[in-house]
Design a protein around this ligand. Structure first.
Ligand SMILES: Cc1cc2nc3c(=O)[nH]c(=O)nc-3n(C[C@H](O)[C@H](O)[C@H](O)COP(=O)(O)O)c2cc1C
Length: 209
């Protein structure tokens, strides 16, 4: 499938076939694509939680506006943000750059100090909002990657973040859930899969100057 055909093929899947599993190889591609997502400053203030535990998935339905996709899916991906983004966090990014690229401190230090100061000036909520944007970007990326891999997915904001955080014990890891994405393969009888895609005409979405 070319990318446009894949994007036309995909849809927000309402019913998955619970008997079909995403293979480890395909899952690894999806996880690697998550890690390759571009993020602001390259800081990657996001983590992906992968759930493959059916009991847990069933438990989460009640906190997902009763959306059964969460129980039926092969895997449930939970996009989380790091909630502790401080000086140490930023320094660890620059240590990674140094390790991978062998960049001298003299080159890295000015930008490192700028970022540390810039983040120190921000309110905690502003930093969290910034991190949330990176989680949306990662989900957008994975929606396309899943489509190209022939994997169905349902992007979901319809869940209660506090309950997910509690059930998945996220705060102990300085994480908080932002988005949920069950992945797997569409059920034969998902009526949504047969409906035409609803999109504005291209001329109403794009302005060419
Ligand atoms: C950020 C976001 C949150 C969404 N939340 C839900 C959701 O909780 N449940 C659901 O069934 N669909 C959800 N959707 C799916 C949208 O309704 C769907 O993508 C949109 O109607 C376009 O249809 P399509 O994706 O099937 O082409 C969400 C989509 C996005 C991008």
């Amino acid at each position: 499938m070319n990318v446009i055909d894949a994007l036309k093929w995909r849809y927000a899947t309402k019913e998955f076939d619970p008997s079909k599993k995403v293979s480890n190889k395909t899952l690894e591609t999806i996880l690697e694509a998550f890690n390759l997502t571009a993020t602001s400053y390259g800081l990657q203030p996001i983590k992906l939680l992968v759930i493959e535990d059916k009991t847990k998935q069933k438990e989460l339905v009640a906190f997902s506006m009763n959306q059964v996709q969460v129980a039926q899916a092969s895997h449930v991906l939970v996009f989380c943000i790091d909630t502790l983004i401080d000086k140490k966090y930023i320094e660890s990014y620059f240590n990674l750059v140094k390790k991978i690229r062998n960049t001298p401190d003299a080159i890295l230090d000015p930008f490192k100090h700028f970022l540390i100061e810039d983040f120190e000036k921000k309110e905690k909520q502003e930093i969290l909002n910034w991190a949330v944007k990176q989680a949306y970007l990662a989900m957008g990326n994975l929606l396309t990657v899943c489509a190209l891999e022939g994997v169905d997915a349902c992007p979901m904001e319809g869940f209660t973040n506090k309950d997910y955080d509690k059930i998945l014990n996220l705060s102990s890891k300085n994480l908080s859930s932002v988005l949920v994405m069950p992945i797997g393969y569409r059920a034969e009888n998902d009526y949504m899969s047969k409906l035409k895609k609803v999109r504005k005409e291209l001329k109403d979405s794009v302005i060419k100057l």
